[in-house]
Design a protein around this ligand. Structure first.
Ligand SMILES: [Zn+2]
Length: 332
């Protein structure tokens, strides 16, 4: 039997659901919470298969019966999925959903609603759903998905059973990042910044992350060895590459991470390195510095990042950061 992705991504939670289903204790409304790639969609699909499959054996759907086939192909008439269009799920979309709620299952006794991005329900849309979530009626199940529990309206949270996905095992995260096109040397760096595979994937476009990391490794070598080129580098290499608040913040985070790694190396502390594939480069650049100097520089990198949120331009923040680090390393 083929292994379902949900079994691989969230084995513990899936096992718990198997027991809940075996005891006929499945609740009618769940809020599945976890980062992209953690398996929320896959789990919702697995639960749907379990509800419709005609031959559940040993707590698993057979995946081959006509019901399973229709769920897997996304063509089951009694499975309705709502997604955000743009940034919100609006009342109009919910109106359609509500109309579906009130019809009883078209063919069988069951009906499943999957609401992706439950945090994107507008207050109006959420309010109009509350009654249905509270008393969905027999045979109706609602699975709501969200990356961020706290962004889901409290009225929704309080009416659902909340299930938080477990962090991915390093192996399955690595596997997903590889599938998303993140090269091996960048994977540990990516995991220092995000647990979202989708976000990591967006940084791969036009080789953005690759170029920024190459720049940062060079900038690090220069700042650590007191080379004033590092200051010029900000305007010449970084500014053309980094635009928009998200990327600016990511770039400063990456600068902060490399100096954090430097501190781990300089102080011989235990700790996994984000820039582990560049370890020898980092080591060589740090040779002339004392632990105190590295500590000061890593503190500067960490605190500079926060300045971006105070409406200071990226170029300003990065240049000031560079100058302050150079003051430590080159005794300017
Ligand atoms: Zn089946």
């Amino acid at each position: 039997m083929p292994e379902l992705k949900a079994e691989k991504l969230q084995p513990t939670i899936l096992h718990r659901f198997q027991q809940v289903i075996a005891h006929h204790e499945l609740a009618h409304a769940y809020l599945l919470v976890g980062p992209d790639g953690a398996g929320k969609q896959e789990l919702a699909q697995w639960l749907t298969l379990m509800l419709f499959c005609r031959h559940v054996t040993d707590g698993r759907p057979d995946l081959t019966c006509p019901e399973c086939q229709r769920v897997l192909s996304g063509n089951h008439p009694d499975v309705v999925v709502a997604k955000a269009e743009g940034r919100q799920i609006k009342v109009d979309q919910v109106r359609h959903l509500k109309a579906e709620f009130t019809k009883s299952g078209m063919e069988g006794q069951r009906k499943v609603f999957i609401i992706e991005d439950a945090d994107k329900l507008t207050t109006g849309a959420a309010n109009s759903l509350l009654k249905f979530i509270e008393e969905p009626g027999p045979g109706i199940y609602i699975f709501m998905l969200s990356n961020n529990k706290n962004a889901v309206l409290p009225t929704i949270q309080s009416r659902t059973q909340i299930v938080e996905m477990q962090p991915l095992s390093p192996d399955s995260l690595a596997q997903q990042l590889t599938t998303a096109g993140v090269p091996q040397e960048l994977q540990p760096i990516v995991t220092g910044l995000t647990d979202s595979v989708t976000e990591a994937q967006s940084w791969m476009q036009d080789d953005w992350l690759k170029q920024v990391v190459a720049n940062i490794v060079r900038w690090f070598k220069e700042t650590a060895t007191g080379n004033l080129e590092s200051f010029v580098d900000i305007q010449e290499s970084f500014v053309p590459l980094v635009s928009g608040h998200d990327r600016e913040a990511t770039c400063l985070d990456l600068m902060s991470l490399i100096w954090r790694d430097a501190l781990v190396i300089a102080s011989h502390a235990d700790g996994r390195l984000y820039y582990q594939h560049y370890q020898s480069t980092l080591q060589a650049a740090l040779r002339q510095l004392s632990v105190d100097q590295v500590l000061a520089a890593s503190h500067i990198a960490l605190t500079s990042r926060k300045l971006l949120d105070q409406n200071i331009s990226f170029q300003n923040v990065a240049e000031q950061e560079t100058l302050r680090i150079l003051k430590e390393t080159a005794h300017l």
